[in-house]
Design a protein around this ligand. Structure first.
Ligand SMILES: Cc1ncc(C[n+]2csc(CCOP(=O)(O)OP(=O)(O)O)c2C)c(N)n1
Ligand SMILES: [Mg+2]
Length: 608
């Protein structure tokens, strides 16, 4: 005790350390939350966080990958750079998957990692990993190791500014001995020193008038315009809607753009691609003009055939234009600003027949989805879980989905409204971010309801350890409602279906079956509420219970792995492979029933 008191006194008298300066500088940038996990590679920094008191909020995670996912989600939900902290060697390595998630979805994240002491580097020392090389790919815009206290100021300034400006991952490596040295907030004014400053605000980026005119010409001469919007259009809802109205277009949404426009708009075609909707597929195969806004949706086979449509793309990042479809006009600019500049140049389509067809297709599709959701399954149809949630979604709720079958139903069945947010790992499509994203959403917006939609495989990979973080932290949230919905299908279902349909292989149980776990009971064990839904009739009442709970809830629902996650169309080739897999699959009868019901629902006329 005396030792500790003495140390505190000593610190008090002593000048600030390099680590104190690092934390102070982060604060000066206006950032105040760090997700991290300690280790002797960062003891100096962790000590500084302690000394900073309330000025900085430190969230202890259970695994460094969660810290990186949380920092990524912090950016995705707030637009502010997220920060994660890990020790040298193993801690730094654990961050990587979450950092790639951030990099690939264009989220600004700073990773701060420790390193062995400067004197040991190059000595095959314990936990010595070549971190500059390791992070060189994920943090290709900026990775730097400090070797002098004078660097701290500009390393922090550059890491944060570049992460924000380039919407990417940056990394600062700080050897542990350096962390304890006396701070040098102002480097001496002499040759070879850097004098950096704070601050960044996003520029206004709008294309040249001549390019706007060229784009307007293409859009005005089209008769059947299709729009595709992505995460880059999240702050352009009004503009997207207005342009769609003028052009008589339908709007498809890439996964990360789920919340761009509400799903109940009559011209919102919903998702596109493997997890997509039929109206999106129909619109893309029949359009004569494509307007893509803020999206790098990867699958060209779901876009018009080359030559079928004239293309216009609006995109902030010049490297991302004309790489999915050969566009006639590439407009480099902010989505909302560019659409606003384009609107006065657009002519309202007098002939609304294209739009009418799209709207009819959409109305029909919602009936198909409802019928699919109401199909019986053993014991529960997963689509019904989402269908029942959809009508109960609270205003301003935040949704986080995981990679797995839940992403399909999240994309298709949930009607997101204005003011809500929704995200997942879009481009990396990694398993595991659902629960950590939800935690970060809760820290950023403690007054909003947050719902994670996760498979049992992803729960057993990351989710259950992240539930412990929830159990540790939830009491400080002004609204305690955080619901983790677990699709307990005892299967790595998304991949089981991919293997059947894409590869023509039957379900390989040793690889695909997930052990039964008892997520609701586990939740109770750690002080959360657990609800286990075993009968279709309980789905709705259980959602009501979860949405009015006074503590975070794990909503475990036993769902049927034989309900197919089929794309809106199946190619002939895939159908052949699928039927081959059936012959050898022990769950074939149940699977055929599931797939048949789904297919039938697409063709039946649905009375409103
Ligand atoms: C880290 C990682 N490992 C493997 C995959 C491949 N993968 C994608 S979805 C999936 C199955 C997910 O299973 P589960 O979480 O149970 O969800 P389900 O599809 O059963 O609903 C797998 C293995 C991945 N995307 N990410
Ligand atoms: Mg599963």
């Amino acid at each position: 005790m005396l030792g500790e008191a003495f140390q505190r006194l000593h610190r008090h008298i002593m000048a600030k350390t390099t680590s104190d300066h690092l934390i102070e500088r982060i604060r000066e940038w206006g950032l105040k939350r760090i997700y991290g996990f300690p280790g002797d590679g960062i003891n100096g920094i962790v000590g500084a966080i302690d000394r900073a008191g309330k000025a900085i909020e430190y969230v202890q995670v259970r695994h460094e990958e969660m810290a990186a996912f949380m920092a990524c989600a912090h950016y995705k939900f707030t637009g502010e750079v997220g920060i994660c902290l890990a020790t040298s060697g193993p801690g730094a390595i654990h961050l990587l998957n979450g950092l790639y998630d951030a990099k690939m979805d264009h989220a600004g994240v700073v990773a701060i990692v420790g390193q062995q002491s400067r004197a040991a580097l190059g000595g095959n020392y314990q936990q010595e990993v070549d971190l500059i090389s390791l992070f060189k790919d994920v943090a290709d815009h900026f990775v730097a190791m400090a070797s002098s206290p004078a660097q701290i100021r500009h390393l922090v300034d550059r890491a944060i500014r570049i992460a924000a400006a380039e919407r990417t991952v940056t990394c600062i490596i700080v050897p542990n001995d350096l962390q304890e040295l006396e701070a040098m907030p102002v480097p001496p004014r002499k040759h070879g020193t850097i004098h950096s400053g704070l601050g960044w605000s996003s520029p206004r980026v709008i294309p040249q008038p001549s390019d706007l005119h060229r784009a307007a010409d293409v859009l005005n001469s089209g008769k059947k315009v299709a729009m595709l919007v992505g995460a880059g259009a999240l702050r352009a809802a009004d503009e997207v809607i207005e342009v769609a109205e003028i052009l008589g277009a339908g709007v498809s949404k890439a996964l990360l753009g789920k919340a761009v426009i509400p799903d109940d708009l009559p011209f919102c075609c919903g998702p596109i691609g493997l997890l997509g909707s039929k109206p999106s597929w129909e619109m893309m195969t029949e359009c004569d003009t494509l307007l893509m806004v803020g999206s790098s949706f990867p699958y060209s086979e779901f876009l018009p055939e080359e030559g079928q449509a004239r293309g216009v793309q609006i995109e902030l990042d010049p490297r991302m234009v004309s790489i999915r479809y050969p566009m006639e006009v590439n407009l480099i600019g902010d989505s909302a600003e560019t659409l606003r500049a384009l609107i006065p140049l657009l002519e309202r389509k007098a002939d609304r027949s294209w739009r009418k067809t799209i709207e009819t297709n959409i109305t029909e599709w919602w009936k198909v989805l409802e019928a699919r959701a109401m199909n019986e399954a053993n014991p529960i149809n997963p689509q019904r879980v989402f269908w029942e949630l959809s009508k109960r979604l609270p205003d301003r709720c935040i949704l986080a989905a995981d990679s797995g079958s839940s992403a399909n139903w999240f994309a298709r069945d949930l009607k997101v409204r204005r003011g809500m947010m929704a995200s997942l790992s879009g481009n990396l499509a990694t398993m595991g971010p659902g629960v950590p994203y939800a935690v970060a959403a809760k820290f950023a917006f403690p007054d909003r309801v947050v719902i994670a939609l996760v498979g049992d495989g992803a729960m057993l990979m990351n989710g259950i350890n992240c539930l412990i973080t929830i159990a540790q932290e939830w009491k400080q949230w002004s609204d305690p409602r955080l619901i983790v919905m677990v699709l307990a299908n005892r299967d790595l279902n998304q991949v089981t279906w991919e293997q059947r349909v894409m590869a023509g292989d039957p379900k390989f149980k040793t690889s695909q079956v997930v052990p039964d776990f008892g997520f609701a009971r586990y939740a109770e064990l750690i002080g959360l509420q657990g609800i286990r839904v075993e009968k279709p009739g309980d789905i709705g009442p259980a959602w009501d219970q979860a949405l009015t709970a006074t503590r975070p809830v794990v909503y475990e629902v036993l769902t049927d792995p034989e309900v197919p996650t089929l794309p809106p169309h199946i190619s002939f080739d895939q159908a052949i492979k699928f039927s081959n897999s059936l012959i050898r699959d022990s769950s074939a009868p149940a699977m055929i029933r599931g797939a048949f019901k789904e297919a039938v629902e697409s063709f039946l006329p649905h009375k409103g």
